[in-house]
Design a protein around this ligand. Structure first.
Ligand SMILES: CC(C)(COP(=O)(O)OP(=O)(O)OC[C@H]1O[C@@H](n2cnc3c(N)ncnc32)[C@H](O)[C@@H]1OP(=O)(O)O)[C@@H](O)C(=O)NCCC(=O)NCCS
Length: 313
């Protein structure tokens, strides 16, 4: 079969009934052990209830009318330059005949027309074929997780740095995370940065991919924003009657605004920061925390010096 034997469609909620009946990633036999974790979110996508702009780019067999392939893209009103791309699937019998390539082209051209500049996708290290397919189309590996997760980004070089840099003349405000923040927060957390390994355990299902599986009730979170755009995330998780705090971002001011909001709310907070991580250390100090001793720890197989921070008086 040739790609021309298929037609390609951009679907928006409400999705056609026959498409929903076919959609593979809400079926337990396709999802396997991940079923419980993901189905809840994917059903919200299918029902058009995520608060995001969700689309399914799908291929159907022109002769039989059957759906044979799909990928999901998600963007938000507050960050229209960013898109999440995921849950790509082509029916076994149609794989290797160019359908997947056409679905990617259709998706990328749609996203470009919408003004999207950065497209991020998660895949698995073991999926060499998918990684090669994306790499040949301009995606670059952003980061790999020790458990086998891989993040790839398609963007103008260095674009994310300017995206997450605040306008120095405008205020930054912190508030609770919103569903529309998720694509931007995933981007932020999928950036290589050794200190991110200090993320409080349990923050995220697979540590950096927070949009869909994360149970936000586990801890307290504040997002620092400028004009609706997320610039930093502070997280605090309960540990032995205290809260272990961490903050993620590329800009000291944005990080300190997010951290300060949590420090104020949770006076019994502490943080542990790599001694060499001067950006994070300064941001915590700006947020009112003070250094409270240094100790060594094994992090990701290496011994590092950790600086403990406690709330100032
Ligand atoms: C990944 C997937 C969606 C691709 O769809 P597809 O219709 O097979 O894609 P295509 O036929 O357009 O082939 C895509 C590329 O893979 C290459 N390819 C095909 N079969 C291959 C194989 N056995 N080994 C290595 N590469 C192969 C093709 O040559 C093509 O290369 P190109 O980049 O030069 O175009 C499909 O294989 C699939 O559903 N796989 C299972 C689910 C999955 O892995 N999803 C991706 C998760 S991120």
């Amino acid at each position: 079969m040739a790609p021309a034997d298929f037609s390609y469609h951009i679907l928006k909620p409400p999705f056609p009934r026959d498409f929903v009946a076919w959609y593979p990633y809400i079926r337990p036999e396709v999802l396997g052990p991940r079923h419980e974790r993901w189905r809840r979110w994917l059903l919200r996508v299918i029902d058009g209830e995520t608060g995001m702009i969700d689309r399914m780019i799908a291929a159907r067999n022109s002769a039989s009318g059957e759906w044979v392939g799909v990928v999901w893209t998600s963007t938000s009103i507050t960050c229209p330059e960013l898109a999440h791309f995921g849950w790509f699937f082509v029916e076994d019998g149609c794989q290797g005949s160019g359908v997947g390539g056409h679905v990617i082209e259709t998706s990328m051209s749609m996203l470009r027309d919408d003004g999207v500049r950065m497209v991020m996708l998660p895949t698995q290290l073991e999926n060499e074929r998918a990684i090669g397919m994306y790499y040949r189309r301009g995606w670059q590996l952003s980061i790999t997780d020790p458990s086998g997760g891989v993040w790839m980004v398609h963007e103008p070089p260095g674009y994310y740095r300017s995206f997450f840099a605040p306008d120095p003349g405008r205020p930054i405000r912190a508030s609770a995370p919103e569903p529309v923040d998720f694509v931007a927060l995933d981007y932020l957390l999928s950036r290589p940065a050794a200190p991110i390994r200090l993320l409080p355990l349990g923050l995220v299902g697979n540590r950096r991919f927070i949009s869909f599986t994360h149970d936000w009730d586990e801890g307290a979170y504040r997002v620092a924003r400028q004009a609706g755009r997320p610039l930093a995330l502070a997280a605090a998780l309960p540990v032995d009657g205290w809260h272990k705090l961490d903050v993620f971002g590329l800009d000291r001011r944005a990080m300190s605004v997010a951290a300060a909001a949590l420090v104020e709310e949770l006076p019994k907070s502490f943080a542990e920061v790599a001694a060499t991580d001067s950006l994070r250390r300064r941001a915590l100090e700006d947020a009112g925390m003070v250094p409270d001793g240094v100790h060594s720890a094994q992090v990701a197989g290496a011994k590092i010096s950790l600086c403990r921070y406690s709330p100032g008086s």
